[in-house]
Design a protein around this ligand. Structure first.
Ligand code: SF4
Length: 288
């Protein structure tokens, strides 16, 4: 795949606010499954990847996503009807988005929900090429092309011009990461609806806490591909690790949120102080 990513990062951002009139935006909310949360472009993780992020101390990078469903199996959890697999609430774990000062597509700097690993200054991924770089990011946009679904690259071209998708042919080995057999591998099922009733209410209200996400991260880490069963011991250890882990992401997130709340103008160069000085991996930039 040949893509022109410089100055873009459209697939790592929720940039709906930069294109409020684009009818094709909000694509994640038009199918049968509609996320409870209101964040665009979630990068979902596999069970193996959830465990790898826990090993790296990056629990703060992960969030849970549950779905409403119009016409399909569902279960009521905390007063919210959510999509279910054999009566169990179904969910994904993906990479968290937090407000960051970014200037994609030659736009003026703005606070946009951005992947925790996106370097606001270079608009490059801080874990690209790292052992924990998620498969869903490595294979994007090939999977969409293989499914004949519009890519974020094409959306950016349509709204902001330029050429992003240089070669539109999917790689021969493109294989959608969410497909048959995804249960327990990328789509998880929570074994105890009562345990997540309050968390689901908060997820639907956009108020989910670190502990709420840790509950789902624990179940995802203790899941096995092709099965609905969850290993209790592995779940408890993973949930505890998710609650206890600390990394540069925790402090950086708190500071970005404070800066937005205090009305600070968006300035991508502040990433050096907020993220790099806390230990975030540097990105190479586009020179050379
Ligand atoms: S991990 Fe990297 S490539 Fe994937 S969404 Fe986050 S910033 Fe983008």
């Amino acid at each position: 795949m040949e893509v022109n990513c410089e100055g873009c990062a459209g697939c790592c951002l929720d940039w709906r606010s930069l294109a409020p009139d684009d009818g094709a935006h909000g694509h994640e909310r038009r199918g049968r499954y509609r996320p409870l949360d209101d964040v665009d472009n979630l990068a979902p993780l596999s069970s193996d990847e959830v465990r790898a992020f826990l090993d790296a101390g990056y629990a703060a990078a992960m969030v849970a996503r549950l779905f409403r469903i119009d016409d399909g199996p569902s279960v009521s959890v905390g007063g919210v009807e959510v999509a279910a697999v054999r009566g169990r609430p179904a969910f994904l774990v993906g990479l968290r988005k937090i407000p960051k000062p970014v200037a994609p597509f030659d736009a003026d700097p703005a606070w946009l929900p951005s992947c925790v690993f996106l370097d606001p200054e270079t608009l490059q991924c801080r874990i690209h090429g790292d052992g924990i770089y998620p498969e869903t990011c490595a294979t994007y946009p090939g999977d969409n092309l293989a499914l004949d679904a519009e890519t974020e690259c094409e959306r950016v071209e349509r709204v902001h011009g330029g050429e992003r998708l240089v070669d539109g042919d999917p790689p021969a080995d493109a294989e959608p990461v969410i497909g048959p057999g995804a249960i327990g591998a990328r789509v998880f099922a929570h074994p105890d609806a009562d345990r997540i009733a309050e968390a689901v209410e908060r997820l639907a209200a956009g108020d989910a806490t670190r502990a709420d996400h840790a509950e789902f991260v624990g179940v995802a880490a203790a899941s096995t591909p092709g099965r609905l069963s969850v290993d209790d011991g592995r779940y408890e250890r993973a949930r505890d690790r998710a609650l206890e882990a600390e990394s540069w992401i925790d402090g950086a997130t708190a500071e970005w949120v404070d800066r937005v709340a205090s009305g600070e103008p968006a300035d991508p160069t502040t990433a050096e102080n907020v993220e790099a000085d806390r230990g975030a991996p540097e990105t190479p930039g586009w020179e050379g």
